[in-house]
Design a protein around this ligand. Sequence first.
Ligand code: NAD
Length: 260
Amino acid sequence: MKQRAEYGTAFITGGGSGIGRASALLLSQRGARVAISDLNLDAAKEVAHEITAMGGEAVAVALNVTHVDALPDAVSWAEARLGPTDILVNSAGVILVEPLLEFSPETFNTVMEVNVTGTFRVSQHFARGMSDRGYGRIINIASVSGMRAGIGRAAYGTSKAAILGLTRQFALELAGRGITTNAVAPGVIETPMTTACYTEETWSRVLAMVPTRRRGTPEDIAEAVAYLASPSASYVNGEVLTVDGGYMAAGMTQTGTLQI
Ligand code: NAD
């Protein structure tokens, strides 16, 4: 496996908001050139602006991860400006919640298409170029929901468990080509995804299950992404780095409070 002294070029899906945005900013601070892709081009442009204003190198590119036909052009456009991609961060994702017995096939398919098929097709596309060049880092944003069931999360939890499966599969099949694939499994992180549906009351119920008793931040997750993307992580492959304030480690009572 080739060794590198620096980060190189990163491509981030869902980079216009939350965890993707924080990862883009931190990777740039660590010296990476960063392509910020998102369904929401304006949001991606804002992040690219933030980075260039701080002296970093970044471009914004429109990319819906479910539109795979648009992928080659979007990637070529970004790589023509920043160079070939060394690091892929799959952060684009959606959560749609419905009660299990009423869960609609349309909702289920939408979540699977963005979170699983999108991650798979985008990763597969980048892995071909990384494979030719003999170096690559793929980092998937999974979730503790892929390891523990949650009410209404038949699609989201299943999609995140599938991402852990994809992570292992890529790790096995691409390791010989100089590519490592790992996942970060965030706990509950304060981003537009959660603030859209969490009231103060929801937060206090959630924090009752988190030993560190504070809300996770996108920067907490970006630190894990940057580590897995770094030259120091060259022997870490197929791993899941859980960043959840101890949520998964703690024993829960039936009422969802901490068992201490
Ligand atoms: P967010 O909503 O702030 O950011 C998600 C971004 O993905 C948005 O900019 C959105 O435009 C983009 N996006 C959505 N669908 C897309 C598509 N089809 N193609 C391209 N871009 C698309 O949410 P976040 O909290 O930063 O979530 C990022 C990732 O982290 C997601 O995969 C999410 O499931 C995961 N995650 C979040 C939490 C949390 O508590 N916030 C916890 C665990 C895992």
